[in-house]
Design a protein around this ligand. Structure first.
Ligand code: 1HE
Length: 267
């Protein structure tokens, strides 16, 4: 079996819980968790391995007052990269973020403070985003003489629509509070700690069967990239496997013998 040793990681703090939920924390708070190459490589390693290492759900967090300040602008400035160099940097970001989105393990982002630039690209690769009252979203690339390179044109446009994304990056517009939820940048906003809520959600997700979560956290994203004809085919194949899994028998039996919880409206 594949194992993940938290001691192998320096940029990420890894905290595995007994229920299979892992808290993965960007751990450079004095740099506002800016994404340097080393951090991205650790994200690639973790999210490439997690689906085979028994990780049932992940809470992705940032240490300190800010979730993530995006691309490490100092490293980028000092490296004075060629176009080919930076293309390869972006490809490593895509490797990490695609492993998150398509890996089949639920990833719940616990957000606070700045979720900006590449930090928003990272957050938008999670399956669920929880924000607190301090959280704000922006794409400062426009003002910095840069462009997004970590998937914002794909995922941020998907979350909020093309026109709003263009406005965000063109004007440096900042979204926060309930408006950010209404637009789709986050699914939950809490008065207290986004970590507490994200952990609660990760634990709930981890109670689903792993194969079911694999389908939810990979097939839905893959299917979005397909024609309707191929999507219907792929969905049928995935449902064929998931909906006949032996582990689902007990849950179906519980429904049949009326011991399973019924679906009710919130009280
Ligand atoms: C950084 C970075 C960074 C902070 N790269 N070092 N991203 C941005 O344009 C966001 C830039 N950052 C900020 O606007 C602010 O730092 C924050 C709003 C996130 C936080 O403000 P604050 O007042 O708490 O911190 P600070 O004093 O600005 O920064 C504290 C330290 O973090 C300082 O380092 P120090 O060694 O001088 O103490 C900063 O240099 C460092 N720091 N942010 C490097 N981003 C694949 S393309 C993706 C394109 C992008 O992501 S563009 C980047 C957009």
């Amino acid at each position: 079996t594949v194992t993940i040793d938290p001691k192998d990681f320096t940029r990420l703090a890894l905290d595995p819980h007994e229920d299979g939920v892992w808290i993965v924390t960007l751990n450079r708070p004095d740099k506002r968790n800016a994404l340097d190459l080393a951090t991205v490589e650790e994200l690639v390693t973790f999210f490439s391995t997690a689906p085979r290492a028994g990780v049932k759900a992940v809470v992705l967090a940032g240490a300190g007052d800010h979730f993530c300040a995006g691309l490490d602008l100092i490293e980028h400035h000092d490296a004075d990269r060629s176009p080919a160099d930076f293309m390869h940097v972006c490809l490593r970001w895509h490797e990490a973020f695609n492993k998150m989105e398509y890996g089949g393990v639920p990833v719940i982002a616990a957000l606070q403070g700045a979720v900006v630039g590449g930090g928003l690209e990272l957050a938008s690769s999670a399956h669920v985003r929880v924000m607190d009252q301090t959280t704000y979203f922006a794409l400062p690339e426009g003002q910095r003489g840069l462009f997004t390179g970590g998937g914002a044109t794909i995922r941020v446009a998907d979350l909020i629509g093309k026109a709003r994304m263009i406005d965000m990056i063109l004007m440096g517009r900042v979204y926060q509070g309930q408006e950010a939820v209404d637009l789709g940048l986050a699914q939950y906003i809490v008065e207290g700690s986004s970590m507490d809520k994200a952990l609660e959600l990760a634990r709930r997700a981890a109670e689903n069967l792993p194969l079911t979560n694999f389908a939810i956290c990979s097939a839905i994203s893959h299917v979005q990239n397909m024609s309707a004809l191929d999507a219907a085919y792929a969905e049928s194949v995935v449902a064929g496997i998931v909906n006949t899994q032996p582990d689902a028998r007990a849950r179906l039996a519980a429904f049949a013998d009326k011991s399973a919880a019924r679906v009710r409206p919130n009280s």
